[in-house]
Design a protein around this ligand. Structure first.
Ligand SMILES: Nc1ncnc2c1ncn2[C@@H]1O[C@H](COP(=O)(O)OP(=O)(O)OP(=O)(O)O)[C@@H](O)[C@H]1O
Ligand SMILES: Cc1ncc(C[n+]2csc(CCO)c2C)c(N)n1
Length: 309
């Protein structure tokens, strides 16, 4: 069975009025934001907005001049959050959720917070079926734990009906190298941690079909420079509208050697092995608005954002 995964990163960037845009959560990391317009479009489009610790400082910098939505949450060890920024958002009612674990980064803690919101909603759906005092207690406890008044309560925001949300992390690439590799590791982790270990792969029955489309939640890393995600084993169809993306792209074998076939690139490959120390396709070019990549192992795909000028 061939698995087909479709990727449409441009959909997150389209205007809010446009329909069919996937609902997504946006995590802002602690990196400078040069392309304020591009970031603001993404921030406005997001359904759930989380600041990873010092990410809030950059948001605050933008909010001074722009009318943008406040975050739903600021989380992390909060060692980078400036006190004036924390006080500002606290006064506006933003949940500030400290997590001092020394075994998870602020990026991971932000993903955990998103997962918790979704899980709380799931349990609240089960809870509403039996409307007893025990459930009320559970909801109060959840509110105390996660600092979100609506968590687990009736009247939760509408995005939650679209959960699990896709997740975009903004600002993960191009800073500290260990943080960059950590972000790539999050892409690997995402395939099981954010989607549930058991939902992947074909079951016995689906082995008999020739192809299946995966509808798992996506995690993508975006910045003003690039968008990056981990292609899955099998066939990947990537929407690459050239009005939104620059032509330069790369296919990086971060999971080890892979045999790949591509369609739609200037230097297409046909059943070619890619591995570090062997052939790695960087500085390749998109030729069209849709690219296909078949890969035997997960493969990092990255492409440029289109520059305003
Ligand atoms: N220099 C950097 N390069 C790339 N990503 C970064 C960098 N600094 C921070 N980040 C991202 O932003 C998140 C929040 O950063 P924060 O302000 O807490 O810095 P930190 O204390 O160094 O991060 P952490 O506590 O997560 O190790 C980090 O978890 C990381 O994903
Ligand atoms: C094997 C191993 N390597 C590094 C760390 C350190 N660490 C990882 S995430 C984190 C929190 C950063 O805010 C810290 C300190 C660890 N715990 N275990």
């Amino acid at each position: 069975m061939e698995t087909v995964t479709t990727w449409s990163p441009g959909d997150y960037l389209t205007d809010q009025a446009e329909t069919n845009r996937p609902r997504f959560a946006l995590v802002i990391l602690n990196q400078p934001i040069a392309d304020v317009e591009g970031f603001t479009r993404l921030w406005n489009n997001a359904s759930l907005r989380v600041c990873a610790d010092g990410g809030a400082n950059h948001l605050y910098g933008i909010e001074i001049d722009h009318d943008i939505p406040i975050p739903d949450c600021i989380t992390g060890d909060l060692d980078s959050l400036q006190s004036k920024v924390g006080n500002y958002y606290r006064a506006l009612g933003v949940s500030i959720v400290p997590d001092h674990s020394q075994y998870a980064t602020d990026f991971t803690k932000s993903l955990n917070w998103i997962l918790k919101q979704e899980q709380l909603h799931d349990s609240s759906k089960q809870g509403t079926a039996s409307d007893d005092d025990e459930d009320d207690d559970a909801n109060i406890q959840k509110e105390n734990l996660y600092g979100v008044p609506w968590a687990g309560q009736p009247g939760a925001p509408s995005w939650i009906e679209h959960a699990p949300l896709d997740i975009i992390a903004y600002g993960a690439m191009g800073g500290r190298v260990d943080q960059t590799f950590h972000a790539i590791d999050q892409l690997f982790q995402a395939s099981h941690r954010l989607n549930g270990e058991n939902e992947r792969g074909g079951d016995e029955a689906s082995q008999h079909t020739s192809s299946s489309n995966t509808t798992e939640r996506k995690l993508m890393l975006m910045s003003e420079e690039s968008v990056t995600f981990l292609l899955e084993k099998g066939k990947n169809i990537i929407d690459t509208p050239l009005r939104l993306f620059g032509k330069t792209c790369g296919l990086i074998p971060v999971a080890g050697a892979s045999v790949i076939t591509t369609k739609g690139l200037e230097w297409d490959l046909y059943e070619t092995e890619t591995r570090f120390g062997g052939m790695v396709s960087t500085s390749n070019h998109l030729l069209q608005d849709r690219v296909e990549v078949v890969t035997t192992e997960p493969l990092l795909f990255t492409m440029e954002m289109r520059k305003a000028r």
